[in-house]
Design a binder for this molecule. Structure first.
Ligand code: MG
Length: 337
């Protein structure tokens, strides 16, 4: 197999801010993997928080490409195990290769991946649409622009966030609201704020505390009435068993775990631990979003809006209907056009 990697810069419709970072361009990486007469597509969204960048990712992919010579895409397990061993710091680059391998497998078989995995495409959840942190004025404008999305995920974790949530609830009394604090709250803050958020009918709170605080999560879970989801605490399959009883569910991101194959492992591990599952994303083109969407019939919640947040997505794949329910493509592999 022959690997080609190149920068994929995506322009955001709005500067996107969380409790940790702010950006207006996503510096992703596009991967093309050639095998026989087929081309598999993959994408990496390097995460600065974990020391990754477009540059480290491209460098890692160049070294990874040498390990793919003479292999074929059906050797997924051995190829990906080898890459995880040699490049533990670059799960996003590994995810790009995992996606391209899966795309090749689906294209060779002539079927979409959801079909290869035996899934029912009707069983996809709705996706939420994410509203980044901003001043109250800007949040109000963003809520107006997000009119067509019935489920909103609001980034919190800044002073005044509960007041902003009250205002949002007033503006959209019927929408499903979720919040993501990106590790920005303390135990006390989480308990106090969750009382107010519960009254506002917020569906769940994502990752209020930093990772490594499972005992504190358990303390919070026993005191609040809103489900607690993780994100930064559940990066790979091995993180999940220790979360049992401490939270209600986990968020899975393909670029954090290393792709579709590890994502599937996470889904099955979480189910065995009695946890709810959400599929999430970074700022991504339709390649990564469609890859995650292939697994969506297996999960409870989806937050696959990365492609909706950019203005120059070069690809088409999974879409949403007027209720923001994910529609899986019928084309082979990832189903990109
Ligand atoms: Mg999150």
């Amino acid at each position: 197999m022959q690997l080609l990697a190149q920068p994929l810069n995506l322009t955001l419709r709005h500067t996107f801010s969380t409790s940790r970072s702010s950006s207006s361009i996503a510096e992703n990486v596009l991967v093309k993997l050639r095998w026989k007469n087929l081309k598999g597509l993959g994408e990496a969204a390097p995460i600065r928080f974990y020391g990754q960048s477009q540059k480290t990712c491209l460098k890692a992919l160049e070294r990874m490409s040498k390990r793919l010579a003479g292999r074929d895409p059906f050797e997924l397990e051995s190829i990906l195990t080898d890459l995880r061993r040699h490049f533990p710091q670059e799960p996003s680059a590994i995810a790009a290769i995992d996606l391209a391998l899966h795309d090749l497998v689906g294209k060779h078989l002539g079927i979409p991946l959801w079909r290869h995995f035996g899934l029912d495409p009707e069983k996809t959840p709705q996706t939420s649409f994410t509203i980044g942190i901003a001043s109250l004025d800007k949040v109000v404008a963003k809520i107006a622009e997000a009119q067509k999305y019935p489920v909103l995920k609001i980034k919190v974790g800044v002073p005044g966030d509960v007041e902003i949530m009250r205002e949002i609830r007033r503006l959209v009394p019927k929408k499903i609201l979720r919040v993501d604090a990106n590790c920005g709250w303390s135990v006390k803050e989480t308990i106090d704020k969750s009382r107010a958020l519960e009254k506002l009918g917020v569906e769940f709170i994502e990752q209020p505390l930093p990772p490594g605080r499972n005992a504190d999560f358990k303390k919070i879970k026993n005191k609040i009435g809103i489900p607690l989801m993780t994100d930064e605490s559940s990066l790979i399959p091995g993180d999940i068993p220790a979360l049992r009883g401490c939270v209600d569910g986990i968020n899975i991101k393909l670029v954090k775990c290393g792709g579709i194959r590890e994502g599937l492992k996470m889904i099955h591990t979480a189910r065995a631990c009695g946890l709810k599952i959400m599929l999430g994303c970074m700022i991504e083109s339709s390649i990564l979003i469609s890859a995650a969407a292939q697994l969506a019939p297996l999960v409870d919640y989806a937050d696959l809006d990365g492609n909706l947040l950019v203005s120059d997505d070069p690809f088409r794949g999974a879409r949403i209907d007027k209720n923001a329910k994910l529609i899986l493509p019928n084309r082979p592999g990832l189903g990109m056009a």
